[in-house]
Ligand binder design. Structure first.
Ligand code: TRP
Length: 340
């Protein structure tokens, strides 16, 4: 008898031309590792990206670029499904159903919505931004997902997905939905901005100089690392409170090089910040170059990339249809004759 692996689902929005090292080490590295023991499904969530009104050609290009970077990082389409959210219409369909199970107050309590809408003001806030977490729950519940690797900032959204799954099971009967477990990345895997090392590396938070982008010119990567903000004093040790700059360089180093932070601290005993930066710059460039080359190959052969994405969507849709039909039936929607 075949042993069913538990399912993992995760996703990223196509909101930048390149992922940054935080996306890569904080998320993609886990996605790749989870493929071993899980039946993995990874999506480029373009419908979510529409909430920030992207420029159409840019959205299309970023959708491909994001998928290319999943593959270059080692997401293996022979084992895992990789697809674009809008290619699987069941996502939008389930999101509608789930919106009728979501309390207005419940959705209003989402801190990410409150933060984002406060930034753009009421006139700039679209309803999609408000229902964003409901679409995310649809992404997850469609595949009867067991585990969802996400960053700390998505914890509350995951909690909503869990509440919705439980609510479906209570109202529509057991077996309606699988309650997903969050898998939040460890503190040590967090990557901080090179210019503001108390903030996590993030496209929105940064002026650009503190980011390490996967697809940028390796020379630029080396330069950003060499001009990273460091701390007063000269000693190389790990202390996020008093030495955020050096600590964040040590975290990056440890994540890509395999040496523990303790080991690195020992190895750099008596050396200067400059030594650490030069070595780290070399290490990051060596680490990212093959990934970047591979991603560029996919980006430069859009037909091959699109066919991977098509296959992913076809398989994802077959699973999603099953879940959607089960739920449509349980809520009492009449099945069209031609589907019976
Ligand atoms: N909201 C997530 C983020 O910004 C992206 C996302 C959308 C997601 N749907 C998902 C993540 C489903 C995990 C599972 O990071």
């Amino acid at each position: 008898m075949g042993c069913m692996k538990p399912r993992v689902f995760s996703a990223m929005q196509p909101t930048s031309d390149s992922l940054h090292l935080g996306n890569y080490l904080g998320a993609l590295v886990n996605w790749v590792a989870l493929q071993e023991d899980y039946d993995a499904i990874y999506s480029v969530v373009d419908l979510h990206a529409l909430t920030v009104s992207p420029e159409p050609e840019q959205l299309r290009s970023r959708t491909r670029r994001t998928a290319a970077q999943f593959l270059a990082a080692g997401v293996d389409p022979a084992r895992s499904l990789v697809f674009v959210q809008s290619h699987v219409p069941e996502h939008a369909e389930l999101a509608w159903l789930l919106s009728t199970f979501t309390g207005f107050g419940e959705a209003s309590r989402m801190t990410q919505f409150k933060d984002k809408s406060a930034k753009v003001g009421e006139s700039g806030t679209n309803v999609g931004l408000f229902t964003y977490p409901v679409l995310m729950a649809a992404d997850i519940l469609l595949y009867d997902t067991d585990l969802v690797p996400v960053g700390e900032d998505q914890r509350q959204h995951l909690e909503l997905s869990r509440d919705l799954a439980e609510r479906l099971n209570t109202r529509l009967g057991e077996g309606s939905a699988t309650v997903p477990e969050p898998y939040i990345v460890k503190e040590t895997a967090k990557i901080y901005d090179l210019q503001e090392p108390t903030k996590k590396m993030s496209k929105s938070a940064s002026n650009g100089k503190g980011l390490i982008e996967i697809l940028e010119d390796p020379k630029k990567v080396a330069k950003s690392i060499k001009s990273a903000v460091t701390d007063t004093g000269a000693e190389i040790r790990f202390d996020r409170e008093t030495k955020p700059g050096v600590s964040s360089l040590l975290s990056i180093y440890s994540a890509i090089d395999g040496r523990s932070i303790e080991q690195l601290v020992e190895d750099y005993q008596g050396k200067m910040y400059g030594h650490l930066k030069v070595d780290l710059a070399d290490a990051v460039v060596a680490y990212l170059t093959p990934i970047r080359d591979n991603a560029m190959e996919w980006i430069e052969s859009p037909d091959s990339l699109d066919s991977v994405l098509d296959e992913g969507a076809t398989k994802a849709s077959a699973i999603a249809r099953g879940t959607l039909e089960r739920l449509y039936d349980r809520v009492g929607l009449l099945k069209p004759q031609r589907w019976r």
